[in-house]
Design a binder for this molecule. Sequence first.
Ligand SMILES: Cc1ncc(COP(=O)(O)O)c(C=O)c1O
Length: 314
Amino acid sequence: MRQPSQSAHDSQVDARNETINIYVNGDILPKEEAVVSVYDSGFMLGDGMWEGLRLHDGEWAFFDDHMDRLFNSLKSVSIDIGTGPSGIRDILDRTAAANGMTGDAHCRLMVTRGRKAKPFQHPSLSRFGPTIVAIVEHSRPVASLKGRGVRLATVPQVRGLPMSQDPKYNSHSKLNCVIACLQAEQAGADEALMLDPHGFVNTTNACNFFIVRRGEVWTSTGDYCMNGVTRRKVIDLCRENGTPVFEKNYSLYEAYGADEAFLTGTFGALTPVAEIDGKPIGEDEGAGPVTRHIGELYSDLIALNVAEQKAARR
Ligand SMILES: Cc1ncc(COP(=O)(O)O)c(C=O)c1O
């Protein structure tokens, strides 16, 4: 029997999320009052950047890595928010505190060029910005994500070249990824496996993608995909723990024949892949031994990072 569909970002239903408080431009507001203008650059054009961060034991895991990516992106598109990482940390901490959260929470931090004077594209019309919003929700990935993996379908939508819209921008405009996801859904899968412009396996629409082949861990070269924080941590963990890991070009031929495959992302950490284009990956639709092992190392790394951040704050 066909399994019900799931997404790599499925979280447990939590009624408290209906009444959370949300940060909007200096204010912390009840969810129903937390709104931005219809003239906002993010709404009108997708002209903004975002980060997803998770709260563990009072700390934002890998905060510095997320800020490095965010501020690199903002600089690249000339959005000046008048504060640095410490200002962002303050926003995130205030929002978590306003919701009584210390862990199992996920933040979507959004920064746009702000409200425009007129409904047209030119960035100079964004005169009242920036807009900064932090939504922090109670969030636990559903257990089934670890139990049975996601089903991927390869889709016609490919990753972009860096000189059109560099896929390293975590931009508000995710239309390329959204189209890919729609195509995957219409093909009966959960999420999309996207190829690069040369036909090599690259990434999924919302997570980075790894395969395990004959004891080796492979992922794409890093071109054309999001420079995922989790992706980098997993590669480093493999290196430090003696698991051969390669950032390289490979095709669907090797992906279909993989022993295991998994996705990486801040929300779900490592999520096993059960099938690609209807072809089963691994023995039991779930995580294989290598995926499980790296997943444990990654949990330990979060705990270490949290402890280090706590010590640095003292
Ligand atoms: C397209 C895409 N790939 C991968 C990721 C995972 O990145 P990270 O590990 O930093 O959460 C994201 C998350 O922002 C993403 O949007």
